[in-house]
Design a protein around this ligand. Sequence first.
Ligand code: TYC
Length: 122
Amino acid sequence: MQTAATVATMATMAGRFEDDAGTVVEKKSQVRPKKPRLYKVLLHNDDYTTRDFVVYVLTSVFHRAEPEAVQIMLHVHYNGVGIAGVFTREVAETKITAVERMARESEYPLRLTMEPEEDDDR
Ligand code: TYC
């Protein structure tokens, strides 16, 4: 028979067991780390940055395969803005900084921004 005290003990001991020395050991983490918010890195069109440079950025920094990089570049060229990738905040910021530095070194005005994704269950 399970008394209220037994049930309470079972709940307390969930995910734990006693080893041979009588020490209570955590079998499984009781904490559930929350999912980090994700950010879309947006690529913006301009009239001066070359198509080749944008494709180079998408392959080298955003790890897109060449045909996909060309598709994204053309989408931005015709629609004004497009998604280069989706990352955690720090990674998104680091990639934007890296691309801005590359663009300025080549004297291109290429612009990137980031915006948070809608949080479904966070
Ligand atoms: N519009 C540019 C051109 O015709 C190409 C381009 C595409 C520039 C995407 C920026 O994010 C960009 N050379």
